[in-house]
Design a protein. Structure first.
Length: 325
């Protein structure tokens, strides 16, 4: 799906356009695009096709690339920035997804495989953006991505706390599986945030170059936003490292707790088996078809029951002293 927006110069708001009436200063958003749609965007914007298709690879890592204008191929000068954004497709299955941003002299292009909460849209995303302020729009996307990571990390921490409380009284593996899913998501987040942070460092260095500034101009008000982006990513990276270490230690601890709980139950059942088996042994002796003691006593059954209860009580007391209960 392709949508085109352009910020109005005279009145607030944005104007919806189409691929047939593109104009400079437009933002082209491609969500789960087909090969034909990418080829149309490449033809109309003079952007290399491999720049546009970079974010369609789910394994694509964060990177930044620059392409000079090439008259022979008809390509315009453009910048490609690929970042990994957080994704939550399942209850505990946090993951990441590549988001590609291509900036030319006339267009701002984003490519992603799925709808997300980062880009402007009905679900939220960047607010107060301007399509022809390309640098600020890019920094707003980066800031929104860092904020999304922080929100996901806080949610993952709350999930791990709830699972930890459930594990205190549980001997099932379901809670451990949930912790495993959270730990897997933490691993993905750690790699993605670290890779995004390295890409931002490269972006900062490239912003100081004259050739790069022809496409992405750094205004004075954008420097504060860039500083905020760096601070947010540093905070997100510190949080994901701490939460990942805590979650890893928690899994090891609760795996031992579950095993210990199981040992306690088995020990209790073994003790009860010993206690219950004593009356059965006593009754087995007096149930044989031979002459047995007390066979001629009138109240022999009661004395036998008292003997069995006494032996069981003695066994229970001894097991209790040995902390088998």
């Amino acid at each position: 799906m392709i949508s085109v927006l352009k910020t109005r110069a005279s009145t607030p708001g944005h104007e919806e356009l189409s691929m047939d009436n593109l104009c400079p200063g437009s933002w082209i958003s491609a969500i789960a695009p087909t090969r034909r749609e990418l080829e149309d965007i490449a033809r109309l914007t003079a952007v290399p096709l491999d720049f546009l298709s970079a974010a369609t690879d789910v394994e694509e890592s964060s990177r930044i690339d620059f392409e000079d204008a090439d008259e022979d191929s008809g390509h315009a000068a453009c910048v490609l920035l690929v970042i990994n954004i957080p994704q939550r497709p399942a209850d505990f299955g946090f993951d990441t997804l590549p988001l590609g941003v291509v900036i030319t002299r006339n267009f701002f292009i984003t490519v992603c495989l799925e709808k997300n909460d980062i880009l402007p849209g009905p679900t939220g995303g960047v607010s107060g953006f301007c399509t022809w302020k390309r640098t600020r729009f890019l920094l707003q996307i980066l800031y929104k991505t860092a904020d999304a990571y922080l929100r996901c990390l806080n949610e993952m921490n709350r999930m791990s706390d709830r699972t930890r409380e459930a594990l205190r009284q549980s001997m099932r593996n379901e809670e451990l599986f949930r912790l495993m899913d959270l730990e897997k998501g933490m691993t993905f987040f750690t790699g993605a945030i670290r890779s995004n942070r390295v890409t931002i460092d490269r972006l900062v260095r490239m912003l100081n170059g004259e050739q790069f500034q022809q496409l992405v101009k750094m205004r004075e008000e954008d420097r504060d936003l860039l500083a905020d982006v760096i601070v947010e990513y540093d905070q997100a990276y510190d949080m994901v490292r701490v939460y990942s270490d805590v979650l890893s230690g928690m899994m090891d601890t609760f795996a031992s707790i579950i095993s210990n709980n199981l040992n306690i139950v088995m020990k209790f059942l073994a003790s009860m088996t010993v206690i219950i088996s004593i009356p059965m042994v006593v009754s087995g002796f007096w149930g044989m078809n031979v002459a047995v003691p007390l066979s001629g006593v009138r109240h022999a059954f009661g004395w036998i029951m008292i003997l069995a209860a006494a032996l069981s009580s003695a066994a229970a007391w001894w097991l209790w002293k040995k902390r088998m209960f």
